[in-house]
Each structure stands twice: as C-alpha cells, then as structure tokens.
Design a protein around this ligand. Sequence first.
Ligand SMILES: *[C@@H]1O[C@H](CO)[C@@H](O)[C@H](O)[C@H]1NC(C)=O
Ligand SMILES: *[C@@H]1O[C@H](CO)[C@@H](O)[C@H](O)[C@H]1NC(C)=O
Ligand SMILES: *[C@@H]1O[C@H](CO)[C@@H](O)[C@H](O)[C@H]1NC(C)=O
Length: 394
Amino acid sequence: MNPSALLPLVVIFMSPVTSETVDPSVEDLINRNSDFAARLYRAVASRTDDNVFLSPFALIAGLTALMSATNGSTQDQLLQGLTLSGLDPQTLPDLFQNLTTVVLKGGRTRTLWQGAALLPAQNFPVSPSYQDLVQTKFRGSVQSLAFTVPQEAVNTINRWAQEQTGDLVKEVVTTLDPQTQLLLATVASYQTRFSPAFNSSQSLAERFYVDRYHVAMVTMMFRSDKYFLAYDRLVKVGVLKLPMTDGAAMLVVLPDEGVDVSAVEEEVTAEKIQAWIKRLKKTKLEVQVPRFLLERSYSLKEILQTLDITQVFQDDADIADMGGAKGPRLTQVLHKSIVSVDESSDDITTEGRVNVFSTPPPRLTINRPFIFVIYQQTTGSLLFIGRVVDPTRK
Ligand SMILES: *[C@@H]1O[C@H](CO)[C@@H](O)[C@H](O)[C@H]1NC(C)=O
Ligand SMILES: *[C@@H]1O[C@H](CO)[C@@H](O)[C@H](O)[C@H]1NC(C)=O
Ligand SMILES: *[C@@H]1O[C@H](CO)[C@@H](O)[C@H](O)[C@H]1NC(C)=O
C-alpha cells in the first residue's frame, strides 16, 4: 500500500477537535488572562479557609478598561500586573473586543451574565471618548457618582449590579466612604446546565466531609455515563470534566483522600489547568456531585497589591482620562459573583436517559473539599474559578 494514502487520515486526526479557529493574538490574550486568573485565585485562596468563587473574566475586563485610562508608569505597572506587558496599550481595547466576541459570542449567554463599571466621583470629569471606549470595547460602563451622599451611591451601584446579572446579584456594597475617588465594580453570575444532564429524581442526601471534624449533609446529584477523567500523580488529584450545553465545561479537581485542598492550590497555574484538560480520557463512570450555590463578595485592593498592582491606588496615580491634570486614584475594587450548580438542564437528549452498563463502572464521589474551574471549551478561556469547602454554605 502506498504510504502517502495514509496521510490525509493522519491530518484529520491531528487537527483540533473544534472547527472554530481562534486568531493567534486572541489566543495569546486568553493565555495571559488565564495566567492572571490563576495568580489571583491563589492569592485569594491562600487568605481564607472558606469557599471561594471568582469571575476573572469580568475582573480582567474592568481592569483592562481602567488600564486604557491610565498613562505613564501607572499604565506600565497595570500591564505588567495583568500579564499584558509587551502588548500595545493602544490596540488592547480592540483586541479585548475581539476576545469578547469569541468568548461570549458577542453578548451574554443565557447562563452567563457579567458587568464591569468604573465609578469616579463627580469632581473627576470623564472624557466622552473614554466613556465610549469602555462601552464598545469592554462592554462596561463609566458613571460619575456623588459619594458625598453615600447611601444614594450604594443604591445606584446595587441597582446596576442587579441589571447586569439578571437580578441575581442584589447587593455589592452596603457602605461607602464619602471620600471615595474611584471605584471599580465587577459582577457576574453563572447557572450550570450540564450535558449530559443530572436527573433530579436520582439525587440523594449524602455526607460531605468538610474536614476531619465536620460532616455536612448535602444533595448529591448522580449520573452514570461516559465522562472525561484524568489523574495527576504528582499533585495527587483526580480531574473530572462536566460539559455544559452552552459550550462551557466545569473541571472538578478533587484531591486524594488525606491531601489538603490548600496544598493542591499552590500548584494551580494556567499551564497546570491546560495540562489537566489535555490529559482527560473518556471512561465509564458513576459520578456524584453535590448541588451548591456560592455567592462570594470581595474587596480586592489588598489582593491586587500583592500581585504588584499598587500605583493605581496611590495619590500619584496617573489616570489621565479622568479629571484632566489631577485625576483620581483607584479607591477600591469590588467583585461579586454567584454560581448555581444543580440539575437544571436544557439537554433534552440525555435528560431522561438512565444508562445501565453491563458491569457497574467505578464511582467518583465528590464528597470532600474540591477546586472547580469553568472554562469555554473551544478557546480554553477561563471564566470562573473557585473552591468548595462546604457546599451547604454560600
Ligand atoms: C480584531 O479583529 C479584526 C477582525 O478579525 C481584525 O481585523 C483586527 O486586527 C483585530 N484587532 C486586534 C487588535 O487584534
Ligand atoms: C500620556 O503621557 C504622554 C507622555 O508622557 C503624553 O504625551 C500624553 O499626552 C499623555 N496622555 C494623556 C491622556 O494625558
Ligand atoms: C429520571 O430517572 C427516572 C428513573 O430513576 C426516570 O423514571 C425519569 O423518567 C427520569 N426523569 C427525567 C425528567 O428525566
């Protein structure tokens, strides 16, 4: 047989599974964003024993929009902190717009809502061209607020958050400092729609081992099906992929019994997440995943400072597009996101199907603290990242 006859087949098998090709400059931005997201997650997670939930994508949109308003060393430092150094700040807004088109298909999906707002005090006038840039390139908004009337400012921000998240995020702030010069607020919400779907009539109350001394009763969803699974011997974690109908997937990262979730967290980098995704193999599995709802709120100033984003918070911050000669400094970064993980699905092809395998496959029960990552499958873009220590707590 002529060996060259084999060639087309090889080419077909080696080409990516997805038909969508992502522009190399967008792919580069996705990788840079994932790197920042993983560093942010490690910084937040290392400071708490509680559940964690972050929406890096919404935060990066807000911070990159802010970067576009800055100048000089304030801008250089923001670029570096966001892993964007080397990119041209002039074309970054267009590049970000291209990214959003690919990742969010140009707009909101029915499952994912998010928003970013830059909120300067009224004595810092904003140029109309900058306002327009934030809207068109970052899908964000710039709005002047009278922080000297804190209660009104609080109400305005909370109303905005509701609008951005389909009423899910109701309250981002309760109090504000009347001296506030500039706030960045970022919000997001996500509702899982697993495919294959979990069937709620198979969900059961089960134990979840929060730590050595605490057990919580949770609702465990169940499905027997073919799943993608990987095992990382070095980090001692199992990695399960749960695909969703909107093209995203959740990676559940479960430490081996006796391995502390915080030890695993130190290893969570963008490259590690990518390596896990590449290593996934299809296997028959009985999967048990707890239902949970996380609602997490963060003031990120200190965290961002540990990631070497400091100057924008200082009096000599150079935020040239606001207030002319003497612009504001960034006072605080508010971040709130909600995720609801349950049996909701619009996957009519698998909803009622109950698989019966001739021999019962192994069972993977997510019944101890785990890390999860929600990413877009076609681009690998990281949308959310979190940690569940206790599924019964928000
Ligand atoms: C954004 O996409 C358009 C259309 O594909 C392209 O012409 C443009 O160069 C891209 N912009 C950047 C900054 O990559
Ligand atoms: C930014 O800085 C450069 C040089 O330092 C200056 O020419 C430019 O006008 C500044 N931009 C704004 C918007 O102030
Ligand atoms: C769920 O599974 C049960 C069997 O346990 C089946 O009878 C039922 O039709 C399924 N329901 C849905 C909505 O898929």
